[in-house]
Design a protein around this ligand. Structure first.
Ligand SMILES: [Zn+2]
Length: 487
């Protein structure tokens, strides 16, 4: 079977066969039955959601000699002519490759002629946002005074790129991502008719992977049967799509969360030995931890089977949401670092060790902090050392070369250091950042405190540590000026 065979074979020929866009197809059918079809439509939505299929059905339905309840018969002379492409009254154009003024001008000249056989000339312009400015202007003129025998159906994945003048002249339909259940239902029909044996779990996985695009779902299905075997399991899909074995991802996550450096490295080495793309593996691990986090907040993990969900449950009962979040953050940073490295494997191994250690240290630090706090209460806060020691501090104002930011002065009494030097209006400054639309900076500073270190320098103290991302985002000179200005 060739690559697009299934896709072509199962392309919906009626609105009834369309999947997951009931509201749109019902409206269109009603318009056709009532004879109130508009002269220009805009079908917008993600790829594979049925825009072009709907456009083709609509083009036939308005021209069909024997329409049935708003549907084309697909059997009359006109329908067949459109289906096999012999009827020139329905024109399909891909704006990605025909986006010049000349392309649209030729349409403008054409529209003045009556259709040859059909009732309407229908122009389907796919990826219409790709038209050049000149072409848009030419199209607009046609849309402003369309001859009554012409209909336009524009389709786009990026409606925000269209000029308002075009948008205002079209009836717009937004195609939603197709729900997983609808994709599964359609896959079941396709598999049954094509004599493909497929498990429920496999269909579920395809639906999730296709992210609401029926076309993608069918193309995954196609790839699964290209080896000539008409049996599809979840494992086969994972292998084919290149999803690393979930057991590895699960083991690595468990090892990191359990501070088991040796176990973690063992998994990493296994993955490397199998020649798997390490970036991909890391990305899948991050996604897995994200799914753990979702599961912990009560969102069902649809991608996973019952067995896998049990494993996930066993992990999440023992960790906090905060810890999972922190881990996602740390691994994302590692992923970012790896992007630019030529020594990905080594960096990955070292990164995982670091994450394990960091995790462990932070755990210990937390305990240490608590002990200190209790100790402090016992001693009634008189002569103890500073409990909440600032982990790291970075100067906001650029100090003179010789003038290093004065860090913590040891001999300063604890009380004085905390109260006397804390910048009291820091929260107001942070809030102003948000009001001024500097959301990124705001979110980075939200849990921070500021201390005056000397007349020139104040230090920002992050209660939950200074990540390199934060370092970057607060160090940029422009942002420093911004903080200074508000200050
Ligand atoms: Zn027909």
């Amino acid at each position: 079977m060739t690559y697009t065979a299934l896709y072509r074979k199962f392309r919906p020929l009626t609105f009834e066969e369309m999947v997951g866009q009931e509201v749109i197809t019902k409206t269109l059918k009603n318009q056709i039955m009532a004879g109130r079809v508009g002269h220009a439509y805009l079908f917008s939505g993600g790829r594979g959601t049925g825009k072009t299929s709907s456009a083709k059905i609509l083009a036939r339905a308005v021209n069909c000699l024997n329409p049935r309840e708003g549907e084309p018969c697909n059997e009359c002379e006109i329908c067949r002519g459109i289906l096999d492409g012999s009827l020139t009254d329905v024109v399909e154009m891909d704006a990605a490759s025909n986006n010049s003024v000349e392309d649209i001008r030729s349409i403008r000249e054409e529209v003045n002629f009556l259709p040859t056989l059909a009732k309407y000339r229908v122009y389907i312009i796919d990826e219409v946002h790709m038209l050049s400015t000149g072409a848009f202007n030419a199209l607009l003129k046609t849309l402003e005074e369309p001859p009554s025998h012409v209909k336009f159906i524009l389709a786009t994945t990026e409606p925000q790129k269209l000029p308002a003048t075009i948008l205002s002249r079209c009836q717009r339909f937004d195609f939603k991502r197709i729900p997983n259940n609808d994709i599964i239902k359609r896959l079941a029909i396709i598999c049954e008719q094509s004599k493909i044996e497929i498990t429920n779990e496999a269909m579920k996985l395809i639906a999730v992977l296709s992210e609401g695009a029926m076309r993608d779902a069918i193309s995954i299905l196609e790839r699964c049967i290209q080896d000539g075997e008409n049996q599809i399991t979840e494992e086969k899909i994972r292998e084919l799509v290149g999803i690393p074995k979930l057991t590895y991802i699960h083991s690595l996550t468990k090892a990191i969360l359990g501070y088991q450096i040796e176990e973690a490295i063992q998994v990493v080495n296994q993955v490397i030995d199998e020649g798997k793309e390490i970036n991909h593996f890391l990305w899948e691990t991050i996604k897995y931890i994200k799914d753990l986090l979702l599961l912990k907040t009560g969102v069902d993990a649809v991608l996973y089977n019952e067995e896998e969900k049990k494993q996930m449950q066993s992990i999440i009962t023992e960790v906090s949401k905060e810890r999972l979040l922190k881990l996602i953050y740390a691994l994302s940073e590692l992923e970012n670092d790896m992007k630019w490295s030529s020594q990905k494997n080594i960096l990955f191994q070292v990164g995982i060790i670091k994450v394990c250690k960091q995790e462990k240290n932070e755990g210990l630090e937390e305990i240490e902090k608590r002990i200190n706090k209790i100790e402090n209460i016992l001693k009634q806060g008189t002569s103890t050392k500073n409990i909440e020691q600032p982990k790291q501090e970075i100067p906001i104002t650029k100090p003179e070369k010789s003038q290093k930011p004065v860090k913590k002065v040891d001999e300063t009494p604890v009380q004085k250091m905390q109260d006397g030097n804390l910048v009291p209006y820091w929260q107001t400054i942070i809030n102003q950042l948000k009001e001024n639309g500097k959301v990124m900076l705001y979110t980075n500073l939200i849990n921070s405190k500021a201390r005056k270190l000397n007349d020139m320098v104040i230090g920002i103290e992050f209660t939950d540590g200074l990540t390199s991302f934060r370092k970057d985002s607060t160090r940029k000179t422009r942002k420093q000026t911004r903080i200074n200005k508000i200050n």
